[in-house]
Design a protein around this ligand. Structure first.
Ligand code: GTP
Length: 538
């Protein structure tokens, strides 16, 4: 600590003729209050004040930069410990830079606080304007710059580095991974520079930094030194991690999907495909190996999978060419499968970035639907068309009769005394009779005729293109065939007869009910006339 006479300490701001005769500027700065506490005549001149009092009254807080404030804050604990800091400073009292080598030491203020006694020495390095600017740049850059000696002890750091790491001064302590710090020190013995991204200690927290290191020579001692530049990349690292997580999440979703996915870029190269896609097209290679593949060529080589190979390729070209919102189509495959395909173009900020194909094997669904449709229109006991199906077909035939003048006939068939069969032989035997009647109809009618079970023991046959006369002939033949058939029952084989009402569809019929009413009336006529016969109504 520099020694000053006690009298000087007690009368700090009094005019001291001896100090005023010095050509060297000497001043005391109160770092905490940012005020000049004392200045000799040379310092008053340096700071371009008219009187010492004018200088003491000056409020430095309004002109002091943040970088200077941080630099002085760094000094304070060091001065308090008794350190003498020799550093180069640039001052701008009148706007013009004055460059001085300053020797700064502790001065105990009247109230016991630490002040800074500055001896403004001639600069031992003559810095030109660009070097001065470079020094200023290092001071003001948000990049953290620290200089260590060969053993990793801090020599100097800029305000940004000081702000980030007030208490840590050793090279190794800056890193969370001490071994990594050691490795870098060793590495720098062999290599002039290195860069890395590492988790660094910053005050009370840990942050990701990009760190540039280079080996240099201390201009003062000629000893090796290490210059470390750092900047914070924590937010970028967090973003990268978040991106990796969402990418992985997306991959898991894509892998887990049962639909086949193929994402193409705007130049029609594969970006992503999943296992389900490979399974659908029997591709043995893993989905990853498809990445980068030309999709035009792939479409050509896989078109043989489809019943309409050229249509498959043309439709792709058409959809990709139009780039409409979304489109779905159905593809029939040569092996009998059906695929539903969805096309979705990808637009980001109105820019086209390729498209997504989603392939779904809907073969099972279609079979199921067909099965349901068949069940919904079929009578489960006899396998014949049911009432609903009868209504649909009868309406269609009635329309063609009305619109095209086509012929069509309708038979209504009812088992005679069926109740008695049920009552004597049992319901199960009665069912055999119903099935026999159904089989007789199924095997003795034309392909175009539609036999239906429209009620308990009531059957109808729609006969498109059939005249009334021919329908009667068919009805008589059926009557005979049924009467001659024998049903193998548990107890005894049995026979039954039917009564058949015959009518024709008329263009003047207002509804199918009109036709069925006539057939019904004809059938009841046959019943009344003694059963086991055919009656006609027109
Ligand atoms: N076994 C069986 N019987 C049925 C079924 N649906 C209706 N029946 C029976 O068919 C019989 C119809 O009897 P009725 O309407 O009285 O007529 P019928 O005995 O055939 O006499 P007619 O028609 O006048 O010759 C009833 O006993 C019903 O229970 C079925 O699915 N299985």
């Amino acid at each position: 600590m520099p020694s000053f006479p006690n009298t000087f300490q007690s009368a700090t701001r009094t005019h001291d003729p001896l100090l005023d005769r010095l050509q060297t500027p000497v001043w005391i700065f109160d770092i905490e209050q940012e005020r000049m506490h004392y200045a000799n005549a040379a310092a008053v001149r340096l700071w371009e004040a008219k009187t010492p009092q004018g200088l003491y009254a000056r409020d430095f807080s309004s002109t002091m930069s943040e970088a200077t404030r941080r630099r002085l804050a760094d000094y304070l604990p060091r001065l308090a410990k008794g350190e003498v800091i020799d550093e180069h400073w640039s001052f701008y009292p009148g706007g013009q830079a004055i460059s001085l080598h300053c020797r700064c030491s502790r001065f105990v203020m009247n109230d016991g606080r630490t002040g800074m006694l500055v001896e403004g020495l001639e600069s031992d390095i003559s810095l030109d304007a660009s070097s001065l600017r470079a020094l200023e740049a290092v001071r003001h850059t948000p990049m953290m710059v620290s200089v260590f000696d060969g053993q990793g002890c801090l020599l100097v750091r800029n305000p940004a580095a000081l702000e980030a790491r007030r208490d840590l001064t050793a090279f190794g302590a800056c890193f969370t991974d001490h071994d990594l710090a050691e490795q870098i020190l060793q590495q720098l013995e062999g290599e002039p520079r290195c860069s890395l991204e590492a988790i660094m200690r910053v005050n009370d927290s840990e942050r990701w930094h990009h760190v540039d290191l280079c080996r240099a020579t201390d201009p003062k001692t000629g000893q090796p030194m290490i210059v470390m530049g750092e900047f914070d990349i924590t937010s970028r690292k967090r973003l990268e991690t978040a991106q990796l997580v969402s990418k992985r999440q997306l991959e898991v979703v894509i892998e887990g999907l049962e639909v086949g996915l193929l994402l193409e870029d705007e130049s029609r190269r594969v970006i992503v495909a999943n296992q389900a896609f490979c399974d659908i097209f029997a591709i043995e290679a893993s989905p990853e190996t498809l990445v980068g593949m030309d999709c035009r060529e792939a479409a050509q080589s896989s078109k043989a999978h489809f019943t309409e190979p050229e249509g498959f390729v043309t439709r792709i070209e058409e959809l990709v060419g139009k780039k409409r919102r979304q489109a779905r189509d159905l593809l029939a495959m040569a092996d009998g499968r059906f695929l539903e395909r969805a096309y979705t173009p990808l637009f980001v900020a109105d820019q086209y970035h390729g498209h997504l194909w989603v392939y779904r094997d809907i073969t099972q669904e279609r079979r199921q639907e067909a099965d349901w449709a068949r069940k919904a229109s079929t009578d489960p006991l006899t396998g014949l068309a049911n009432r609903r199906s009868f209504d649909d077909s009868a309406r269609r035939v009635a329309r063609s009769v009305k619109d095209d003048g086509a012929l069509a006939a309708l038979l209504m068939i009812d088992i005679d005394r069926f109740k008695a069969i049920n009552d004597t032989l049992g319901h199960a035997e009665g069912d055999k009779g119903l099935r026999l009647l159904a089989d007789t109809l199924r095997h003795n009618l034309r392909e175009s005729d539609l036999p239906c079970r429209t009620g308990g023991e009531e059957f109808m046959v729609i006969m498109p293109g059939m005249s009334l006369e021919n329908a009667q002939a068919v009805a008589r033949r059926l009557l005979r065939q049924i009467a001659e058939a024998t049903i193998e029952a548990e107890a005894l084989p049995f026979h039954f007869t039917v009564s058949i009402g015959v009518t024709g569809f008329k263009p003047t019929d207002a509804s199918i009910e009109a036709v069925t009413r006539r057939a019904d009336a004809a059938m009841y006529q046959a019943k009344h006339e003694g059963r086991n016969r055919v009656a006609v109504r027109w």
